[in-house]
Design a protein around this ligand. Structure first.
Ligand code: PLP
Length: 413
């Protein structure tokens, strides 16, 4: 019997409170009471300046304000405007020249693109494969669409990609189902900040290649934080692997403009598919546009128009890229400072390379998190650890948090 009054549960477990919003709610309540300068709110998933204000790229903001009504208020075509579809491939791939055919379908943010991939490259009842450390909405999207999730252990004991567990889990799933979608979130993974190395990529691809050719396998790389991971071309070194797969494998990028162009609330993203033939490419576009029509219809035009304008003007593109580089350097410096302090005081961290977040592994994260809140520090219990949003806190707090957390951890032992 469902515990729901009139709604249908449909296999989903819908909690009454979202953990992230609950912790950030308590942070805001404390800020009201004791003032902003006494509280460290490391919960927010957007890039904030040292005063805690949302950062919007000023070059992007300027374009936004110059848009004509038709550029922001009109319906966009279901799969996105032609200019956006071309530009989003350029921004996603940068200098990489693909061998095959690459197509993009617009989506409301990266989230929408993940939904398109799950809806079209898995069967109902399938389990999608994700790492144990993963962004919660993967499971929610799967559940909403009548799919489930299976996890593999992301790290081995040395903090490298756990190819052995990945292979075993993938192979056992493929014994039970004929199709499989694997989601890898790299570089600058949420929550850990980890980036898969090219050697690790080679291992993943070789495991996928070794699977029976009558199974349909899809590999979705969630690149939500790619432009905050390091040099924008260097961090794309994995792209050739996506074109080195057999015919039974579909590779895709879930690309989000939320962080890269600070368009968070404008809901702008795209699912980008690599295809070997025109037929496969046409199918990719057709099925994704159908799903878009059946879920959100068209995606907002405003972000698409901004991206079109930026890519039509090389000088403007240079400006936006330079501005983002500055922000990225600020964020990477915060990450290095946090790492340095953690090392100094002996606070453990999950493998971290860059990006918005870092994780302190611990036992009983919910209880430890509540203890740390007493110090005015708000961080999110996430899996078997606490996730710190480096994007949301200034340098002095990045330097201060590790020692404080370590002290609370030690006092609890
Ligand atoms: C891992 C990951 N993937 C995808 C997204 C999608 O972001 P959006 O839908 O806001 O573009 C996010 C945003 O928080 C994320 O953390």
């Amino acid at each position: 019997m469902s515990e729901y009054i009139l709604a249908q549960q449909n296999g989903r477990n819908i909690p009454s409170e979202d953990t992230i919003f609950a912790v950030s709610g308590r942070a805001n309540a404390m800020i009201e009471k004791v003032g902003k300068d006494k509280v460290c709110n490391a919960t927010v998933g957007t890039l904030l300046d040292d005063q805690g204000n949302l950062i919007v790229l000023s070059s992007v903001d300027k374009v936004f304000h110059e848009l004509s009504p038709a550029e922001y208020a009109a319906y966009a075509p279901i799969g996105g405007t032609p200019g956006f579809r071309k530009a989003v491939i350029q921004t996603a791939l940068r200098d990489y020249q693909p061998k095959g055919i690459v197509k993009a379908v617009a989506s409301p943010g990266g989230t929408g693109s993940i939904r398109l991939a799950v809806g079209n490259y898995t069967e109902r009842g399938d389990k999608i494969l994700v790492a144990d450390w993963h962004w919660g909405p993967y499971g929610k999207i799967a559940g909403e669409l009548g799919r489930g999730t299976a996890t593999f252990r992301l790290f081995d004991k040395d903090g490298h990609f756990n190819t052995e567990d990945f292979k075993a889990t993938l192979e056992s799933l493929l014994k039970e189902q004929n199709s499989l979608l694997l989601i890898l979130n790299t570089p600058a993974q949420n929550p850990t900040g980890y980036r898969m190395s090219d050697d690790e990529w080679a291992q993943v691809i070789s495991v996928i290649k070794a699977q029976p050719k009558d199974k349909k396998i899809a590999l979705l790389v969630d690149t939500a934080y790619i432009d905050f991971a390091g040099d924008e071309n260097e961090v794309r070194s994995f792209l050739p692997f996506l074109e080195d797969v057999p015919d039974n494998v579909k590779t895709m990028l879930a690309y989000s403009l939320s962080k890269t162009f600070t368009l968070y609330g404008l809901r702008c993203g795209a699912l980008i598919g690599f295809s070997k033939t025109e037929e496969e490419a046409e199918e990719f576009v057709r099925v994704c546009e159908y799903s878009a029509r059946a879920s959100w219809s068209n995606s907002p035009k405003v972000g698409q128009s901004i991206i079109e304008r930026i890519f039509a003007d090389p000088e403007l593109l240079k400006k936006v890229t330079a501005e983002r580089e500055e922000l990225r350097n600020m964020l990477l410096e915060r990450g290095h400072a946090f790492e340095e302090e953690a090392k100094k005081v002996g606070l453990p961290m999950m493998p971290f390379d860059g990006g918005f977040f870092a994780v302190i592994p611990c036992e009983n994260p919910a209880a430890l998190g509540r203890e740390i809140e007493k110090e005015g520090i708000f961080i999110i219990p996430f899996g078997d650890g606490l996730r710190v949003s480096l994007a949301a806190i200034p340098m002095d707090q990045c330097r201060m948090i590790p020692a404080k957390v370590k002290a609370v951890m030690d006092a609890q032992r």
